[in-house]
Design a protein around this ligand. Sequence first.
Ligand SMILES: Cc1cc2nc3c(=O)[nH]c(=O)nc-3n(C[C@H](O)[C@H](O)[C@H](O)COP(=O)(O)OP(=O)(O)OC[C@H]3O[C@@H](n4cnc5c(N)ncnc54)[C@H](O)[C@@H]3O)c2cc1C
Length: 391
Amino acid sequence: MKFASESEYLAYLDDVKQFLWTEIDPLVPQIEKDEYIPFDDLRPKFRKHHLFDCLVPETYGGLGLSTVEYAPVLKEIAKVHGGIRAQLHVHNSSVHLMEAGRPEQRHQYLPKMAAGDLMVCFGLTEPDSGSGLDSKSSAVRQGDVYLLNGRKHLITNAREAGLFAVFAFTQESDGSHREFSVLLVERGMPGFTVEPLAHTMGCAGGSHDMLLFENVPVPVDHVLGHTGMGSELLLAFLEISRVFIAVAALGTAERSLELAVNWSKQRETFGKPIATRQAVQGYLAEMATDVYALRHMILDALRKYDAGQRIPEESSMCKLFGLEAVGRVTDKSLLVHGGIGYLKSSPIEMLYRDARLNWLEEGTPTIHKLIIARTLLEEEFEKFGRGDELF
Ligand SMILES: Cc1cc2nc3c(=O)[nH]c(=O)nc-3n(C[C@H](O)[C@H](O)[C@H](O)COP(=O)(O)OP(=O)(O)OC[C@H]3O[C@@H](n4cnc5c(N)ncnc54)[C@H](O)[C@@H]3O)c2cc1C
């Protein structure tokens, strides 16, 4: 179901916003208190308001939104609650990963993902190694299966997912054909367990758990695409998903700015609203400048992506600038709120914590600086090496 006109799309966006602010926002205090998102109760509502199928192509029963059209949806979710944003972000970004599968894999999984019957998560990060090609997870072929061993941690939606896209090295039993690949592991496969990890600082209520694989027999046809596609899939998937993290940062930053502006007009000291103080105006102006810059960087990157261009540098720049901008904006919004902003009853307290996840998800600042520098210094890197390992 593609929208026939701009006005139909805008009506959809209005519906999503209305749903988020009238039905989800009132649940936020309880979610924060319990540190638990009641996903099974929310699933039918997310389905009704098309939050699972935004990015699934129409052929597979989704809305087939472009990334420019999807961004306002994700941004609004981030304004309301970071935990729900992280949950839906991983599900929706995983659509891009699954689209790289073979035709029968796309037919098998994408319609279920669109309906929200199947949550898919991706397992890249490991407790005992760096991400990507440093992976210690391995899958050795034995007849019709790969026996998967290894550990992944901090995996979002580990509690809710039915399918786990696991990055690991596949190889033949004699050690040959060692290739970085993605295996589709189903919940319930023998030898696969999920171990809960501690609650998070912000983006509360979701699951970010440990996946343990002990001789899990993964059928050979459960390799996403084909063996050896791991690096290619990882780079392509992260390229767009990292811009979506910047979109989430933009949502958090926009709401933080709006709260600061409103509070500065309400709060009076020495008989005048603090909005009349130049120092406070300075904070607001700096926040608005960050928001404006981030919004336009993202739009540029997404337009290029929708036009079919590769955007590795743009993606890392959006992610890097986004995490720095949302850090600055939430800092300043907290300062404008004064002490009242530090109380859990104030929304800026939650947004401040939510923003810190944007710093870590899908690559830390150092990693993004490395990617950006690599494109600037390609020749030097070739001659002298990169100084840092990456992927
Ligand atoms: C709530 C939450 C949800 C997450 N969800 C997922 C998920 O769904 N799937 C998933 O796979 N992962 C997930 N992650 C993991 C996340 O992507 C990683 O935590 C993040 O990329 C950083 O990797 P790390 O934790 O291994 O840090 P480390 O690699 O231990 O890094 C520690 C520090 O060292 C620096 N560093 C490390 N290696 C290098 C290098 N080669 N060069 C320069 N500096 C380096 C880093 O920049 C960082 O500052 C999640 C994390 C959190 C907190």
